[in-house]
Design a protein around this ligand. Structure first.
Ligand code: DQA
Length: 148
């Protein structure tokens, strides 16, 4: 099966960006760890980080035809703003997990609303980079169940 990992704006700066909130792990480290584990489990994992809403929308559209079975998505600031990304996920109707490194519920009020949580399979937040690995665990379980 094929898993798509999407990272929204400013996550290219992980490791340098507000490390007290987002940790010291870089995005490349996160993606490598996910890819290795998916591949050891016999699955393909692709990833994209973009600071541009339209690129993320187009990548989600592409997932409809490229064999993607599951999406792990940290929409970053678009979490709180993007009806367009929500609609893209509804359009392709692929299962996804929403991930946030920080605990958005313990931060500013504007971070406590997500345009994604009610349509996600699940939401993981506040566990740092480990949250992506936990999302992958859930994705792999979901894919195994779909195979039986
Ligand atoms: C984030 C939380 C968002 O509120 C913020 O805009 C981000 C990162 C997180 O991973 O904790 O850029 O999605």
């Amino acid at each position: 099966a094929s898993i798509l990992v999407l990272h929204g704006p400013n996550l290219n700066l992980l490791g340098q960006r507000e490390p007290d909130k987002y940790g010291h792990t870089t995005l490349a480290d996160i993606d490598r760890g996910l890819r290795e584990r998916a591949s050891a489990a016999g699955h393909e994992l692709r990833h994209l980080q973009s600071n541009a809403e339209h690129e993320l929308i187009e990548r989600i559209h592409g997932a409809r035809d490229d064999g993607t079975d599951f999406i792990v998505f940290n929409p970053a600031a678009f979490t709180h703003t993007s009806v367009a990304l929500r609609d893209a996920l509804l359009a392709v109707a692929l299962p996804f997990i929403e991930v946030h490194l920080s605990n958005v519920h313990a931060r500013e009020p504007f971070r406590q609303h997500s345009y994604f949580s009610d349509i996600a399979e699940g939401v993981i937040c506040g566990l740092g980079a480990a949250g992506y690995q936990l999302a992958l665990t859930a994705a792999l379980e979901h894919l195994d169940q779909a195979q039986d």
